[in-house]
Design a protein around this ligand. Structure first.
Ligand SMILES: *[C@@H]1O[C@H](CO)[C@@H](O)[C@H](O)[C@H]1NC(C)=O
Ligand SMILES: *[C@@H]1O[C@H](CO)[C@@H](O)[C@H](O)[C@H]1NC(C)=O
Ligand SMILES: *[C@@H]1O[C@H](CO)[C@@H](O)[C@H](O)[C@H]1NC(C)=O
Ligand SMILES: *[C@@H]1O[C@H](CO)[C@@H](O)[C@H](O)[C@H]1NC(C)=O
Ligand SMILES: *[C@@H]1O[C@H](CO)[C@@H](O)[C@H](O)[C@H]1NC(C)=O
Length: 435
C-alpha cells in the first residue's frame, strides 16, 4: 500500500492532465512521455490506457489508497505490482499520431491505445487484451490528454531531428527545420554544452556538490517549432526550450580529480529544460524562471538515483544566475551559475549550468533585414565587473545624485525670500526692482 501512496506525493493540482506510467521492463525515471513515444518500437511498445475522466483521484479510489482493504481492481493491481511506476502531470497533450487503437490491432505497432468510456470499460479491455508484451511501458491517463491528430487542442509539432552541437535556436538555416523568420523577432540562443550538478544536503548542515561536464561533442539536440517564444520587441517574455540527448555515458564527481563517481548520466538520456527571460520597460532583461521538463541521474556510492520532471523555479531561484543584460545587447557566458531544480528526494537538487552560451532577446531588426539572423555586435560578458548593465546602473545613480544635489541647491537659494511668506508678519513681499 505504501508504494501506491508514494506515487501521489508528486501530485500537483496546477497542471492539466494526470497520468501514471508503469513498466516491468525499464526504469522510466526522468524520461518525458514525449521521449518515450519517440523511442517506442514494436518490441518495446507503449500502451496508452485511457478513460474519459481519468484523474489520480479516480485511481486512488480504485487502488484503495486510503484504506487498508486489499485492491481488487485488476489494473490498479497491475500498477502496484509493476517494478517501476510513477505519476506525472501533463501540461500539454500527448501527441500520438501513429498510434493504433486496440479495437483494430495489428501486430508490429509501437504505440497502442486502449480506451474506454468509463474506468470499468477501460479495465475490461485491458484485462482481455493478451497481446501486451511484458516489455511494454504503460501510460494511464485521460482520453483528452491524447492527441491522435483529430482531437488536437493545442497546435504543437513534434520535435525534429538529432542535430549536432553547438546548439543555435531558433535553428535558422537548418534545412531539416523549416523555420521562417518572423518580422521584428530577433531572439537567438547559442549553447556549447552543459554541466549537470547534483546538490546533496547532508544531515550535518553540510552540502556536497558533484558535477559532470557534458561537452557539446557528447550531445545532440532536437527542436520543435514552438520551442522558442519571443516578443517582437524588447519588452515581454522570451522562452527557449532545450531538448538535449546524451551520446555518451558521463559521470559526475565531487571535483575534477580522480575521485570516485557519485552519479552517472547514461548514453541516450535526455536533458530537457526551458529558460524564461523577461525584458522590462527600463530596457533591462534577465532570467526570471526555468522549467526542468525531465532529467534523471543514477546515483553511485550512496548517492540517490534522482529524477526531476516538470519542475518550475521562479525569480527567487534564478536571480543569482547573472543571466541578465540590457536591451539591444547580447550576453556571452563561459560558464553560468547553476540553476537548481527540486527532485523526488528533498535532500537533493539537480542543477544545470550553461557552457559557452550567448543569449539575445532583442536587437535592431533592421540589421537582420539586411544581413540575416545574427548576434548584436554589442555584447556583454556575464563575468564582467564593469559591464554595460552595471555601467548603466552607475550612470543612472550619478544622474540621480546630481539631480538631488541640484534640487538641494535650489532649495537653499530660495531660503531667503521664504521669510516674507510668514502670514503673521504684516510686511508683504515687495518686489522692488530698484533694490
Ligand atoms: C465524465 O465527467 C463528465 C462531467 O463530469 C460526466 O458528464 C460524464 O458522464 C463522465 N463520464 C463517465 C464515463 O463517467
Ligand atoms: C516551409 O514553410 C513555408 C510556410 O510555412 C512553406 O510555404 C514552404 O513550402 C515550406 N518549405 C518546405 C521545404 O517545407
Ligand atoms: C516592427 O518594428 C517597427 C519599428 O519598431 C514597427 O514600426 C513595425 O510596426 C513592426 N512590425 C511588426 C509586424 O511588428
Ligand atoms: C565526447 O566529447 C569528447 C570531448 O569533446 C570527444 O573527444 C568525444 O569524441 C565525444 N564522444 C562521443 C561519443 O561523442
Ligand atoms: C521570493 O522571496 C521574497 C522575499 O524573500 C518572498 O517574499 C516571496 O514570497 C518569494 N517568492 C516566491 C515565489 O517564493
Amino acid at each position: 500500500m505504501f508504494k501506491i501512496l508514494s506515487i501521489f506525493l508528486l501530485f500537483s493540482p496546477i497542471l492539466a492532465y494526470d497520468a501514471i506510467i508503469f513498466s516491468n521492463h525499464i526504469s522510466i525515471r526522468g524520461i518525458s512521455i514525449e521521449n518515450l513515444l519517440k523511442d517506442a518500437t514494436a518490441d518495446e511498445p507503449i500502451v496508452i490506457i485511457t478513460n474519459q475522466n481519468f484523474t489520480l483521484g479516480q485511481f486512488s479510489m480504485k487502488a484503495n489508497a486510503y484504506s487498508s482493504e486489499p485492491i481488487i481492481d485488476f489494473l490498479a493491481n497491475s500498477v502496484k505490482n509493476s517494478k517501476f511506476h510513477e505519476s506525472r502531470n501533463l501540461v500539454d497533450q500527448i501527441e500520438a499520431p501513429n498510434s493504433q487503437k486496440i479495437d483494430n490491432f495489428q501486430p508490429g505497432s509501437s504505440i497502442l491505445i486502449i480506451s474506454g468510456e468509463s474506468w470499468d470499460e477501460m479495465v475490461e479491455k485491458f484485462t482481455n487484451f493478451e497481446k501486451i508484451d511484458n516489455r511494454a511501458i504503460m501510460i494511464l491517463t485521460s482520453s483528452e490528454a491524447i492527441s491522435t491528430g483529430k482531437n488536437r487542442l493545442k497546435r504543437s509539432s513534434a520535435p525534429l531531428g538529432a542535430f549536432p552541437f553547438p546548439l543555435i535556436i531558433p535553428p535558422y538555416g537548418n534545412p531539416k527545420v523549416n523555420i521562417t523568420r518572423k518580422i521584428n523577432e530577433t531572439c537567438l540562443f547559442y549553447l556549447g554544452g552543459v554541466t549537470v550538478v547534483v546538490e546533496n544536503k547532508l544531515s550535518n548542515q553540510k552540502t556536497l556538490f558533484a558535477s559532470a561536464m557534458v561537452p557539446g561533442a557528447n550531445l545532440t539536440y532536437s527542436h520543435a517549432l514552438e520551442d522558442v517564444k519571443c516578443e517582437k520587441g524588447a519588452f515581454g517574455n522570451f522562452i527557449f526550450r532545450f531538448r538535449l540527448k546524451l551520446a555518451k555515458e558521463i559521470s559526475g564527481k565531487i571535483d575534477n580529480s580522480k575521485s570516485s563517481e557519485k552519479f552517472v548520466l547514461s548514453n541516450g538520456d535526455f536533458i530537457d529544460f526551458s529558460l524564461k527571460f523577461h525584458g522590462d520597460f527600463w530596457g533591462y532583461w534577465r532570467l526570471i524562471g526555468a522549467t526542468m521538463h525531465s532529467i534523471g541521474v543514477e546515483g553511485r556510492e550512496g548517492w540517490k538515483t534522482l529524477k526531476s520532471v516538470d519542475q518550475t523555479i521562479g525569480p527567487n531561484d534564478t536571480k543569482f544566475s547573472k543571466l541578465a543584460s540590457i536591451s539591444g545587447f547580447s550576453l556571452t557566458c563561459h560558464q553560468s551559475q547553476a540553476l537548481f531544480f527540486p527532485t523526488n528526494d528533498p535532500k537533493f537538487r539537480i542543477g544545470i549550468s550553461l557552457i559557452n552560451s550567448q543569449i539575445q532577446t532583442f536587437t535592431d531588426p533592421k540589421i537582420w533585414d539586411k544581413m540575416g539572423p545574427r548576434f548584436s555586435l554589442q555584447t556583454e560578458d556575464c563575468t564582467g565587473t564593469f559591464s554595460p548593465g552595471s555601467l548603466m546602473g552607475i550612470l543612472t545613480s550619478l544622474v540621480m545624485t546630481g539631480g538631488v544635489i541640484f534640487a538641494f541647491w535650489m532649495l537653499q537659494s530660495i531660503k531667503t525670500p521664504d521669510r516674507f511668506d510668514d502670514p503673521k508678519k504684516t510686511k508683504q513681499i515687495v518686489i522692488n526692482e530698484k533694490n
